[in-house]
Ligand binder design. Structure first.
Ligand code: SAH
Length: 362
């Protein structure tokens, strides 16, 4: 049993079971033992690989997307380019390298990274070191400390790391599913609390079948509300890319991954990545309720194809060795293939209420 598990057990003993969101928040974000707080989880030697780590094409296409979005806003003199949960910083670095090809974008861009992990913040600073920026990039612990002004907000595999709550549909009522100590005291287990009535669930979840688990992500909904209010008040566009479902639906999707393999979510907290499917249906509803407009969802494969991934791959292949060409073809397959990331991963944009669909959503 690791130290974080011991801490969690002590905490439950001295008060009460943890909600799934409290557990997830500790496993990922505990200041000392949280999964993201002290390590670099990405890549072949890590626990999982994200799209920007698969190929530079991903970030390059998003960089060009951001530049076109900026032009569509009549190219404001200052644009905040905000990334939520930037991981190793690879995505932002690739975006800037490609986006700066657009005249004036380099002078206009103010880079803002929203990141809670001190270890990843250092990697992000290193990733941006070689890039010539008109103003130094800034780091923020929360979305709330961003400066005013129009913003282009990018979040790749960020929302799946935000803590979810789970409820069990027991026929006529809903029971919170929480984390408790196993009866023998040796580890953690899920238990159900007595039902309560006043549960606010997205409409799509209220009529889910009995004997199923449903999930709500309060932190994700709050974040979309903040993004939407900001965009409808000050201008801009957000792009959310993640794995999940386009419409709210029942199902236990909490999953842990360690060394590229499935792991029990309650074993070794802080040592495995813990994520849940993103409920884009619920996020889109919250965007509308907050005065903004949600576009999509579009599958990641279709989105990247509309942005020109095949053309970009061909251009890279013109100067590639046979081995590099194979890597490029494989990367396109992983990012867009229906059995790979192309359909499970989805893309949603948030704009002002009257704005036309951004590139890739038309
Ligand atoms: N976007 C990156 C990394 C995704 S992993 C990529 O595509 O490779 C999730 C990222 O979100 C990590 O950088 C993690 O430290 C960060 N993160 C998780 N919860 C956060 C929170 N509440 N606020 C800010 N960053 C958070």
């Amino acid at each position: 049993m690791n130290q974080l598990e011991q801490l969690i057990i002590e905490r439950i003993r001295s008060s009460q079971p943890l909600s799934v969101a409290e557990y997830m928040g500790l496993a990922l974000g505990h200041a000392e033992h949280g999964y993201y707080m002290s390590r670099d989880p990405f890549g072949k030697n890590g626990d999982f690989v994200t799209a920007p780590e698969i190929s530079q094409m991903f970030g390059e296409l998003l960089g060009l997307w951001a530049a076109v979005v900026w032009q569509g806003m009549a190219a404001p003199e200052n644009i905040n380019l905000v990334e939520l949960g930037p991981g190793r910083g690879t995505l932002m670095a690739d975006m800037l390298r490609a986006g700066f090809a657009a005249t004036g974008f380099h002078e206009a861009v103010r880079v803002h990274m929203v990141e809670t992990s001190p270890a990843l913040k250092i990697l992000q600073q290193q990733a941006l070191e070689g890039i010539d920026l008109a103003r130094p990039a800034q780091w923020h612990n929360t979305f709330d400390s961003l400066p005013d002004g129009p913003a282009i907000v990018i979040a790749n595999e960020f929302f799946d790391a935000l803590p979810i709550e789970q409820y069990f549909h027991a026929g006529d009522y809903w029971c919170p599913r929480v984390v408790d100590i196993k009866p023998d005291g040796d580890g953690l287990c899920f238990v159900l609390l007595p039902p309560f009535d006043a549960l606010e669930l997205p409409p799509g979840l209220l009529d889910s079948p009995p004997d199923t688990v449903v999930e709500v992500c309060p932190a994700g909904l709050d974040m979309v509300e903040k993004i939407s209010r900001r965009i409808s008040g000050q201008g801009g566009t957000a792009l959310i890319i993640d794995y999940g479902h386009g419409e709210s639906g029942a199902g236990d999707t909490l999953q842990a991954v360690k060394n590229h393999d499935r792991h029990h979510p309650l074993t070794d907290p802080g040592e495995a990545d813990l994520t849940a499917h993103v409920d884009f249906g619920a996020l889109g509803q919250r965007a509308f309720a907050s005065g903004a407009r949600a576009h999509g969802v579009v599958g990641q494969g279709a989105f990247l194809e509309r942005l020109g991934i095949h053309e970009r791959a061909e251009a890279l292949m013109a100067n590639a060795s046979a081995e590099q060409a194979e890597d490029i073809t494989a990367a396109v397959g992983r990012l867009t293939g229906a059995a790979e990331m192309g359909e499970l991963f989805k893309v949603m944009a948030i704009t002002g209420i009257d704005a036309p669909p951004p590139p890739g959503f038309g």
